[in-house]
Ligand binder design. Structure first.
Ligand code: ADP
Ligand code: MG
Length: 347
């Protein structure tokens, strides 16, 4: 039934649910001791020992969260895992297991679902995560993916959004605005393609931005670095919606204000150049773009020496008193109140 010698596509209905589950899950191996029992029974058995277990879930719907006209299925599978496990890293914890549930319409062939699972498997391998279960269903139209992730960490290391204190330093990993800029490029190419399907776009000068959009990575390395440096952030969050909105979350949970310095926001040169081309303000992309999956955290000033000059950590501001609110200090020294809905360019 799975023979596919003439490279034709295999309708999912040729397999049936159980054969499909066997087929898509067979390439996965178990890496973590805490995954005592994975796929194949009514439930998985996990044992994280004495450490607390963390859990987080995401739901991704075709047409709302992803667009398959420019998102290859393998990338989608990879990204779906990455954005999910990023939430566990954002608690200074280590993701260990995922469950993946999919609802598939008859538009998708077996080969398409294989691509999706190739991406999921690659992310599992890169981040040492075990697929321990899921559910498989059909949908009327479109693809729906729901991923739950389980992780663990010693209780004293778990970092929430609510521990920032006045004068703590505000730190971000990597650089910002790339994923949003990449999305603008892909949307433009999609529009061009609609008008003229014969064009072959040259996207080579946008490689970084497109990669940030199509193949984001979660900052496992930052969590490992913090551990090595013996720094426990006072608060932390991952950047899924944009720097501005995440700062406001830390502010609300921790009951502090923030001063953010525009000139300190890390932006890749390709992002700056592409922003100019698109008449975008790169600060705005960093503040409101989202999907960068970098980590934003606060540390006590005593830890500054340990992180200063680190190539992928930038101090971008500090916590202040709650009454002062959350302010962007521009290059010219103007103060602008941060807002979650979208900060308006001051130019
Ligand atoms: P149930 O009837 O109890 O829901 P299923 O037949 O749906 O069981 O699932 C059988 C096994 O396969 C379970 O271990 C389940 O977790 C796993 N599984 C089902 N669908 C998926 C999937 N899409 N990805 C990974 N594991 C899956
Ligand atoms: Mg089921």
């Amino acid at each position: 039934m799975l023979e596919n010698k003439n490279h034709s596509k295999t309708p999912i209905k040729n397999l049936g649910e159980f054969a499909l589950i066997d087929h898509i899950t067979k390439g996965f191996t178990i890496e973590n001791e805490s995954s005592r029992y994975g796929i194949g029974d009514d439930a998985a058995v996990l044992d994280h020992g004495k450490d607390p277990t963390l859990i987080s879930t995401d739901l991704l719907i075709e047409g709302i969260h992803f667009d398959l006209s420019y998102m290859p299925l393998k990338h989608l599978g990879y990204k779906a895992v990455v954005v999910n496990i990023s939430d566990i890293y954002a608690m200074n914890s280590i993701p260990k297991q995922i469950t993946v549930s999919v609802a598939i319409s008859n538009r998708f062939t077996l080969e398409a679902i294989e691509e999706l699972y190739k991406g999921i498997n690659l992310a599992c391998k890169n981040y040492k995560i075990d697929l321990v279960g899921g559910d498989t269903s059909s949908s009327v139209t479109g693809l729906i993916i729901s991923i739950s992730v389980l992780g663990s960490a010693p209780k004293k290391k778990i970092v929430k959004r609510n521990g920032a204190k006045e004068n703590d330093l505000l730190v971000v990993s990597g650089d910002l605005g790339g994923a949003y800029t990449g999305l603008q490029i892909l949307e433009r190419e999609k529009a061009v393609f609609k008008v003229n399907p014969n064009t072959q776009p040259d996207l080579s000068k946008y490689t970084y931005c497109i990669e940030r959009q199509l193949k984001p990575e979660a900052r496992k390395d930052v969590i490992e670095l913090l551990d090595e440096l013996e720094i426990i952030p006072t608060s932390m969050i991952d950047i899924s919606d944009g720097l501005s909105s995440e700062i406001l979350h830390l502010s609300k949970a921790s009951e502090v204000g923030f001063h953010l310095f525009e000139e300190k926001i890390p932006i890749d040169p390709e992002v700056s150049m592409t922003s100019e081309e698109f008449k975008l303000n790169s600060t705005t992309s960093a503040l409101n773009g989202g999907e960068d999956y970098e980590l934003l955290f606060t540390i006590n000033q005593k830890d500054f020496e340990k992180i200063k000059n680190h190539p992928f950590l930038s101090v971008i501001g500090h916590a202040s008193d709650l009454k002062g609110g959350c302010k962007l200090i521009t290059g010219l020294g103007h103060q602008i109140e941060l807002s979650a809905q979208g900060w308006q360019s001051f130019t």
